[in-house]
Design a binder for this molecule. Structure first.
Ligand SMILES: N=C(N)NCCCC(=O)O
Ligand SMILES: [Zn+2]
Ligand SMILES: [Zn+2]
Length: 312
């Protein structure tokens, strides 16, 4: 029998220390199929700081989640053991060391839990996370939901930043160049060559405008055709959502997805082989009324539900 969340009809959901969705801590269960883990780190940002406070903010907003997900007809915490593994330590004063710590921490946690769902933190952390995923599965198909390409080369000469994780991952052979995709891309770039570089680095783009033009089912179909039956890693930058849905983030861009669209797209991929995921770039200082954190907590819940469905 899997240990589920604290029953909110017996203990008020606003009581007690916040774990994700009021789930048990990993220390309190014998084994875990999925570990939810935070990476409070934002040394890689190019604009507004504060995503280091993302994990705590998302956990706090996740108190309202309930155990049955009707949209996927699943009780995600019943069919699999999900536990909160707390936060990985990442040195805020040394980016290279932080990247190493995230890789080491994720690798060690991966021995205890089959799959990780990581709450960021800025998008830099996707790079070490992909490293550990590729060690296990080989080059993975990456579904990257974001307003931004994050395949840029350097900022101020620095190669490891939140605008560059997927370029580094591609160069290191961590991703399947024939099966990776961006979702929700929009907004100004530095130049047209950004798109040429991006294609060379292995990504197909489904823009935010594509969804407006052709609808969610067409977007799901396009993504499924690209990702195929390979191991899929999903990296979701919360700024893929329109700032109206997710104001609490570091580099907001107008014209984004609604939370409804993003949740539906995740549901449409639930039978794929999802090997891990992250939800990053929640910066609470710019949030209002937990809007961004509620959206992020539902995205995490939908990802965990999708992972449970494949197993079920
Ligand atoms: N990964 C995020 N959220 N943003 C990247 C933006 C990089 C830039 O300032 O051009
Ligand atoms: Zn972004
Ligand atoms: Zn990003």
């Amino acid at each position: 029998m899997n240990v589920g969340p604290i029953d909110s009809s017996k203990t008020p959901r606003y009581a007690g220390i916040a774990t994700f969705a009021r789930l048990p801590r990993i220390e309190d269960v014998e084994r875990a199929d999925i570990a939810v883990v935070g990476v409070p780190f934002d040394t890689g940002v190019s604009y507004r700081p504060g995503a280091r406070f993302g994990p705590a903010h998302v956990r706090e907003a996740s108190r309202l989640l309930r155990p049955y997900n009707p949209a996927q007809d699943i009780s995600p915490f019943e069919v699999q053991q999900v536990a909160d593994a707390g936060d990985l330590v990442a040195n805020p004063f040394n980016l290279d060391e932080a990247v190493q710590q995230v890789a080491d921490g994720a690798r060690a946690l991966g021995e205890k839990a089959g799959r990780l769902v990581v709450i960021g933190g800025d998008h830099t952390i996707a790079y070490p996370l992909l490293r550990t995923v590729a060690e296990k599965h080989g080059p993975v198909a990456v579904l990257h939901a974001d307003a931004h390409l994050d395949t840029w080369d350097t900022y101020f000469g620095a190669p490891v930043t939140h605008g560059t994780p997927f370029r580094r991952a591609s160069e290191d052979g961590l991703i399947d160049l024939t099966a990776s995709a961006h979702l929700g891309i929009r907004g100004p770039l530095y130049g047209k060559e950004d798109l040429e570089d991006d294609a060379r680095l292995g990504f197909q783009i489904t823009t935010s405008e594509f969804i407006e033009e052709h609808g969610v089912p067409a977007a799901i179909e396009r993504l499924r055709a690209r990702l195929g039956d390979r191991p899929v890693y999903i990296s979701i930058d919360i700024d893929v959502l329109d700032p109206a849905h997710a104001p609490g983030t570091g580099t907001p861009e107008a014209g984004g997805l609604t939370s409804r669209e993003l949740l539906r797209i995740i549901r449409g991929l639930s039978d794929l082989n999802l090997v891990g995921a992250d939800v990053v770039e929640v910066a609470p200082a710019y949030d209002h009324a937990q809007l961004t954190a509620v959206a992020a907590s539902h995205v995490v819940y939908e990802l965990i539900s999708a992972m449970g469905r494949k197993d079920a």
